[in-house]
Design a protein around this ligand. Structure first.
Ligand SMILES: [Zn+2]
Length: 112
């Protein structure tokens, strides 16, 4: 390839969550998280009052719209496994504030 053509190649940018490919970005993040959690025991880590350990899924520390990159969205430190009951409580800001969510994640995902 001629040099002048090579110079026309676009410079890769960090994958943004906002924009036209939000669905693709969520799908990519989910694939990465599937791999991270592949061998992780499937139980609710939140254990709020009334926890029933049913319908375990990944819960994020904050709302999806606040994540700017796939890397952040697909981070082990930004996710926990939660039953449907606890997931609802975590996501409901009238029941769990962002500060409380941050504290829970700090406890469950403390970096050594
Ligand atoms: Zn639970």
């Amino acid at each position: 390839m001629a040099n002048y053509l090579r110079n026309l190649q676009p410079i890769p940018k960090p994958t943004k969550v906002r924009g036209i490919n939000k669905t693709k970005i969520n799908a990519e993040a989910n694939l990465r998280l599937d791999k991270i959690y592949e061998n992780y025991p499937s139980f609710c880590e939140l254990k709020f009052t009334g926890c029933n350990n049913l319908f375990i899924a990944r819960a994020h520390r904050k709302k999806r719209r606040f994540y700017k990159t796939v890397e952040e969205l697909a981070s082990f430190y930004e996710t926990v496994l939660a039953c449907e009951h606890c997931h609802t409580i975590l996501d409901d800001r009238s029941q769990t504030t962002q500060e409380e969510s941050d504290a829970i994640f700090k406890r469950l995902r403390a970096k050594a």
